[in-house]
Design a protein around this ligand. Structure first.
Ligand code: DSN
Length: 423
């Protein structure tokens, strides 16, 4: 029994500590109390391969209802004609797409990890299992911004099966509109990995990839989209062959059972996005800009200053003069400010384990209700911790303690009294 108590106390210690920190990890977020309240149910134990109404198991009538309703809300949020909410993460969603839309050995174009691309877009990840012909997007001198003229030439020359836009370090919208026509002319499908910015897209404050012409949009549902850890695949729904391929890519291509227990929380988060998403996304983006400006005012160097630092939830901060991203990430964590080391735009990928930068995301602190004044305060705390000017742990806790409640969401009382859904 002592061993069991150990797991409880370790988990409690984690929860207490995380609630006292400033979490600036750009790929995380928190659930509302309403979404969290529907995580623990009998669905934890069940299977339901296939689609609502066409399952490989009996006993799914209630989860069929939940899944169908979730798909409807998600389609509406993204202007999608077709949505699959079954992938259990963004990478699984990407795998589903690549496995069906990239013939073995075909040419593709994607971002390098150094330019912010995700590992699933790289030779070492999901895309590399399909092909070694991965051409990097040509960039301008900043190593980040796509050189549109050179990109159009590349697509016309290589006629890739698929191009991948969207990245893990994503500071500005991608040139979807500028590349759609050349993709169409060359039989190239355009895929947008919206893992990081899904909540900003849903809130209508970032680009809208499907409406701008992308063929497929994937995302994680737990970064700026503040749901449980899952993924989605979406398309405009104008092409039955494409949707059929994507459908098979999800099941049986990349998943069997799809972790039913978190579907109700995804439904709640999606309705929260419909209700509060615009305000939340606007506040998140303005907070990211405010944080970048606060850091720059104190003599630190957020990347892409000449473009205004960011139009997303992220800031890429150059800490090369202060020991680099690895050292600074650890130093900040000791001060209870949590983030991750990251390659800066244009930095060689061989630096991956000792990059110059850290990546900061403000979406979670925004969800707790912080605004521009708090971003200035966080800028000051980051500056003091990075430059070792003073110990800031007590100040971190004092600031965090003022924002205990998750905003832009519902409470369990809003879900009504428990009752069986009518299937
Ligand atoms: N590796 C995650 C990120 O932090 O961007 C995405 O999977």
């Amino acid at each position: 029994m002592e061993r069991l108590a150990g797991i409880r106390s370790t988990l409690d210690a984690h929860d207490r500590w995380r609630a006292s920190t400033l979490n600036l990890i750009a790929s995380e977020n928190v659930l509302s109390s309403a979404a969290r309240s529907v995580l623990d149910s009998d669905l934890l134990h069940r299977y339901a391969e296939g689609h609502p109404g066409g399952r490989y198991y009996e006993g799914t009538q209630f989860v069929d209802h939940i899944e169908s309703e979730t798909e409807k809300v998600v389609r509406d949020l993204f202007g999608a004609g077709w949505a699959d909410v079954r992938p259990i993460s963004g990478t699984v969603a990407n795998e589903a797409v690549f496995s069906r839309l990239v013939p073995h050995g075909a040419a593709v174009v994607s971002h390098t990890i150094a330019a912010g691309g995700h590992i699933s877009h790289a030779r070492i990840g999901s895309l590399g299992k399909r092909t070694r012909q991965i051409h990097p997007w040509p960039t301008q001198a900043d190593g980040y911004t796509i050189d549109v003229a050179a990109a159009r030439d590349l697509i016309a020359r290589e006629k890739p099966a698929l191009v991948v836009l969207g990245r893990s370090l994503i500071l500005f919208p991608e040139p979807v509109r500028e590349l759609v026509d050349v993709c169409r002319e060359n039989g190239t499908l355009m895929f947008y990995d919206g893992a990081h910015v899904l909540g900003l897209i849903a809130g209508g404050e970032f680009q809208r990839p499907l409406e701008e012409g992308a063929d497929v949009l994937c995302g994680s549902t737990h970064k700026t989209f503040f749901g449980p850890q899952r993924g989605v695949v979406l398309s405009r729904g104008v092409d039955g062959d494409l949707d059929g391929s994507l459908d098979k890519g999800v099941f049986p291509g990349s998943s069997s059972n799809h972790h039913l227990f978190s579907l109700p929380a995804l439904y709640v988060a999606a309705v929260e996005m419909q209700t509060f998403g615009s305000d939340y996304a606007r506040a998140t983006i303005s907070n990211a800009r405010a944080l970048a400006e606060a850091l720059a005012r104190r003599g630190l160097h957020p990347a892409l200053a000449d473009q205004g630092y960011t139009s997303s939830h992220q800031v890429a901060l150059d800490v090369g003069d202060h020991g680099g991203g690895y050292e600074v990430g650890k130093r900040l964590c000791e001060q209870d400010i949590v983030c991750n080391m990251n390659l800066l735009p244009g930095e060689p990928s061989k630096n991956a384990m000792r990059p110059r930068g850290v990546r900061l995301g403000v979406q979670e602190m925004t969800r707790f209700g912080m605004g521009p004044d708090e971003m200035d305060a966080i800028g000051d705390l980051l500056h003091a911790a990075i430059t070792k000017a003073r110990d800031v742990r007590d100040e971190v806790h004092a600031l965090r303690d003022r924002f205990p409640e998750v905003r832009y969401g519902f409470s369990p009382a809003d879900l009504g009294a428990p009752s069986p859904a009518s299937a």
